[in-house]
Design a protein around this ligand. Structure first.
Ligand code: FES
Length: 307
């Protein structure tokens, strides 16, 4: 796992000072909470004393986190041990006892972490989109991205929209992002024929080659935005991918079907994947994406396809 990468591990509203939460980056467990000043903090989710998860502890009034097992207390900014209950007043804390601290930034409604304390701050979008959700998906991070590139319907849902297999533009590198544009059509009957060759809407997917964080833009036939979404998949333990997302339905939408998008949940990230559809899905854009990711990141190649 690249330690200098910034991962969107939570939505801002998931992190509070009432109860710490556990997240993962790969096999690394992390505890997240807000201190008394509202700043999000992150430490390795293992107490340096006896390895109990700090996420089972509590947040104190001074913003520090206290382990629920024996009450040792840690500072969220540095990970330093600050208090041991019932210790003699002149006793010193051994330096050995220190939890790994993560850099934390908050932007665009996401809390992002980096394990490298010297990493440069991320330049992330600041606009927060009002709709949001979090799901755990039983696919690896590479498999998840491959499914998004090859058939978005396996991992996301946009109300009233069907994703076709046809690409308006092949996947390519644009300004350091993997970008493709897929033809879409409205769901439901098409009069006078149930078949249509008219694909009036398009979905543009722009993906960071390392994190897989993707910006989705659905546009109508006049290329006016209908819906925007940001999907942030993070590799977690046991091959699971934790996905946080935010979305916004544009208020100015022309046409009946576009207007109907606002009647229910317009966007969601699916928590379970249709295994039968996934098994027979032929890798297409994901093959190109894997090759580009390898070139752009100069790291190990991503898995091609989702078979
Ligand atoms: S295991 Fe955390 S204080 Fe003992």
């Amino acid at each position: 796992m690249n330690k200098s990468v910034w991962w969107a591990v939570a939505r801002s509203e998931e992190v509070n000072s009432d109860k710490p939460i556990n997240v993962n980056i790969g096999d690394d467990p992390i505890v997240l909470w807000r201190d008394h000043q509202g700043t999000a903090r992150a430490l390795e989710d293992r107490c340096p004393h006896r390895r109990a998860p700090l996420s089972l502890g509590c947040v104190l009034g001074n913003g520090m986190i206290q382990c629920g097992y024996h009450g040792w207390t840690y500072d969220g900014e540095t990970g330093h041990l600050k208090d041991i209950p019932n210790l003699k007043s002149d006793a010193k804390f051994p330096k050995l006892y220190r939890a790994q601290a993560y850099q934390v930034v908050e932007s665009g409604g996401f809390v992002r972490l980096c394990a490298d304390t010297k990493a440069t701050p991320i330049d992330a979008p600041s606009q927060s989109l009002p709709l949001s959700g979090s799901v755990d998906v039983a696919l690896s991070h590479d498999q998840y991205l491959a499914a998004l590139f090859d058939d978005p319907s396996l991992v996301i849902s946009i109300r009233g929209v069907l994703f076709t297999p046809y690409l308006m533009s092949e996947l390519a590198e644009v300004d350091g992002q993997l970008v493709l544009e897929r033809s879409c059509k409205w769901a439901g009957p098409h009069w006078p024929s149930p078949f249509t060759s008219d694909f009036p809407i398009t979905l543009r997917i722009s993906t960071d080659p390392v994190t897989g964080e993707s910006e989705l833009l659905l546009r109508d036939d006049a290329f006016k935005p209908l819906l925007r979404a940001r999907v942030a998949p993070v590799p977690a333990a046991r091959g699971v991918t934790q996905v946080r997302w935010r979305a916004k339905l544009e208020s100015q939408r022309s046409g009946l079907r576009a207007k109907l998008m606002g009647l229910g949940q317009p966007f969601s990230v699916l928590s379970s994947v249709d295994g039968a559809a996934l098994r027979v899905l032929r890798p297409s854009a994901s093959i190109h994406a894997a090759a580009l990711r390898e070139t752009m990141t100069n790291t190990q190649p991503a898995e091609a396809g989702v078979a």
